[in-house]
Design a protein around this ligand. Structure first.
Ligand SMILES: C[S@@+](CC[C@H](N)C(=O)[O-])C[C@H]1O[C@@H](n2cnc3c(N)ncnc32)[C@H](O)[C@@H]1O
Length: 213
């Protein structure tokens, strides 16, 4: 599936860590939430493959990732980005997570495709003029709405937003609902919820009359 065998090798390593993280999280139960920064919290392989295919089909020029974490999803985005000549801008607050992601992506030979940005995503979004052609929204859930408000004016026509965790975990539902309502309130956004992984919502910016442009 990956465009490059090196990406597949790194992905296999991430899957092994995801499996051991999942086992530890099951063992910890609700107490695991306090230790969430130790875990990859990945979108998962099904969603990764779906995002990869979507990028190949949509051929965006500028991809935005909100929530790099340790780089699992960045690998899928960057492998597809390189195949279509795109660039990925990925934002993360935790320096040690970003450092790990940088190492993995460099080992995959994808360092040139990814612009790693460290800091608060909402502030960094305000500083970037855009445009954004493809967005993966997978930051802490209370930031979905402030992030959407910050990047929405900078979406290109026909931009795609993929937002994760729209179904699970249940505790995130009140926060993701605020995001969902904000997207549905926009006349130029078309949205569908897909039950893959933890629930991915795909929203496409499409203004009335766009087909005639
Ligand atoms: C669910 S994880 C991302 C998982 C990643 N997309 C993947 O699939 O591998 C969410 C990430 O958002 C980061 N984050 C939380 N608040 C942030 C903020 N204000 N700015 C940037 N990143 C933030 C967290 O540190 C965490 O690593």
């Amino acid at each position: 599936m990956f465009d490059d065998p090196k990406s597949a090798e790194i992905a296999a390593r991430y899957e092994a860590r995801a499996a051991s993280d999942a086992a530890l999280m099951r063992e910890l139960g609700p107490a695991g939430f306090a230790r969430r920064d130790e875990f990859l919290l990945p979108v998962g392989e099904d969603v990764g493959r779906f995002l990869h295919a979507l990028i190949l089909a949509r051929r965006p020029a500028r991809i935005l990732e909100l929530g790099t974490s340790y780089g699992y999803s960045t690998l899928y985005l960057a492998d597809a980005a390189r195949a279509v000549g795109a660039q990925v801008v990925t934002m993360e607050l935790a320096d040690y997570k970003q450092a790990h992601a940088r190492e993995q992506l460099a080992e995959a030979g994808l360092a040139d495709v990814v612009d790693f940005r460290l800091g608060d995503a909402v502030a960094m979004l305000a500083a970037d003029p855009g445009p954004w052609d493809f967005v993966l929204l997978d930051i802490w859930k209370e930031l979905y709405l402030p992030c959407f408000d910050a990047f929405y004016p900078k979406l290109s026509e026909e931009a795609v937003i993929a937002s994760d965790n729209m179904i699970e975990p249940a505790m995130a539902r009140p926060e993701v609902r605020l995001y969902r309502e904000a997207v549905r309130a926009k006349a130029d956004m078309q949205t569908a919820l897909l039950p893959i992984g933890s629930g991915i919502e795909i929203s496409v910016k499409w203004s009335a009359g766009n087909a005639k442009l």
